[in-house]
Design a protein around this ligand. Structure first.
Ligand code: FAD
Ligand code: UDP
Length: 373
């Protein structure tokens, strides 16, 4: 009997590749018309490579994840940079020395920035919410200028209602480092994410069925199911709907315009109903006479993109998790099925563990030549 993998995103594709490499017959389904899940990229009508579901930048500190994905793609170096538009001017995010000096018309050294932050921060103990994180790291003025309104737009909730892990994604720096991520491995798949997924799934014992929903499948035909869709949907919303935040992506091509903005992403914390604009050519390094951008408009309804990290939602998720733990015929993998705000590399790492547990082989750190044992 074959293995059924529900979802052709990172979670599903890693499982499928591992299972097939271990000699299993694998059927991968996705209700969308394409593979690659939310990391799907494709040339738009003008030939610019765009990410349909918003900007995806690959970064990791896990060498075995980088090594594993390198089996399916070459890479190009890319360090993401983000500016926030506040009162009509652009400032680096994460907040760093430049942000503070430019915003307040100062010329502080690194130790002076640390002193400044120490003087404005409002220490909180314990740190429970995202508001606690931001106030205890940068104080109220920077919180109100950079975080409060962006967060309300993005999540439809106040910082104080969101778990600390949301705002904790964004560090505060007293130096001039203006990279969004500081991971050791920051690269983009040279020919795009979709091509990388094609290489993962292009195996004789993997069959991919697109436009196919799990609800229409005969589960009894499969030896085991790996499910990467929303967990509450799997259990017919038995305990009620888990909130997933959605987005509407407004893509636009600007013909004859080489560059739209100075960096990959510009955030608009306080203006407009969209949160940010991303210009893809920065991410991909593509040269083209025109350029393509996307604006992200958060919304409550629509495709599920983000689990919403709050105490209340975590309680509801735990009820579903108990059902999932008892389900011996299925394994729940990925962002939607585990209801966790995971980056791509974390999803890969967890899928590799799930595959190993099922006996599909181990992906570990390659032993470096010459390294002592
Ligand atoms: P998904 O990619 O969501 O794949 C799940 C798949 O399952 C989907 O294709 C769906 O159609 C399918 N499916 C669901 N239910 C069913 C069903 N019933 N039947 C059939 N198919 C089904 N991560 C980073 O590391 N860096 C970034 O820069 C980054 N940027 C992001 C930007 C945005 C706007 C978003 C939303 C996410 C971003 N992420 C980023 C996170 C990244 O998208 C996820 O970590 C990753 O895509 C999760 O992979 P997955 O396989 O768990 O889920
Ligand atoms: N955030 C913010 N202002 C910013 C950037 C981020 O308030 O300029 C907050 C916001 O709540 C956001 C969270 O930090 O949802 C995490 O940001 P990240 O860029 O990691 O979000 P993602 O790329 O996952 O949407």
């Amino acid at each position: 009997m074959a293995i059924l993998v529900v979802g052709a995103g990172f979670a599903g594709s890693v499982i499928a590749e591992r299972a097939a490499s271990a000699g299993k017959q694998v059927v991968v389904i996705d209700r969308r018309a394409h593979i690659a899940g939310n990391a799907y990229d494709h040339p738009d009508d003008h030939g610019v490579l765009v990410h349909r579901y918003g900007p995806h930048i690959f970064h990791t500190n896990a060498p075995h994840v980088a090594e594993y994905l390198s089996r399916f793609t070459d890479w190009r170096d890319y360090e993401h940079r983000v500016l926030a538009s506040v009162d009509g001017s652009l400032y680096p995010v994460p907040i760093n020395r430049t942000t503070i000096n430019r915003l307040y018309g100062k010329n502080l050294s690194e130790p002076e920035v640390e002193q400044y932050l120490a003087s404005v921060r409002e220490p909180r103990d314990p740190i429970r919410t995202s508001e606690d994180v931001v106030l205890s790291s940068v104080g109220r003025d920077l919180c109100d200028k950079f975080f409060r309104n962006y967060t309300r737009k993005q999540w439809g909730m106040d910082l104080s209602e969101l778990a600390s892990l949301v705002a904790a994604r964004i560090p505060t720096r007293s130096n001039d480092d203006d990279r969004y991520f500081t991971d050791t491995f920051q690269k983009m798949p040279r020919e795009g994410f979709t091509r990388m997924f094609q290489n993962m799934l292009d195996q004789p014992n993997v069959r991919v069925e697109l436009g196919t929903d799990f609800k229409d499948m005969d589960r009894s035909k499969f030896e085991h199911i790996f499910y990467s869709g929303p967990i509450d949907e799997y259990f017919d919303h038995r305990f009620g709907k888990l909130p997933y935040r959605s987005l509407s992506f407004q893509h636009e091509h600007l013909p004859g315009q080489q560059r739209f903005q100075p960096v990959g992403t510009v955030n608009y914390p306080n203006d407009f109903t969209f949160t940010r604009i991303t210009e893809f050519k920065h991410l991909t390094g593509q040269t083209h006479a025109g350029t393509s951008i996307v604006r992200e408009y958060p919304q409550a309804e629509g495709d599920p993109y983000y689990p919403v990290p709050s105490e209340q939602n975590q309680q509801l998720y735990k009820q579903y998790q108990a059902l999932a733990d008892a389900e011996t015929s299925a394994t729940f993998v990925g962002r939607l099925a585990q209801y966790r705000y995971l980056n791509m590399d974390q999803v890969v790492a967890q899928a590799l563990v799930a595959a190993e547990r099922k006996g599909f082989g181990t992906v570990r750190e390659p032993v470096m030549a010459g390294a002592a044992g």
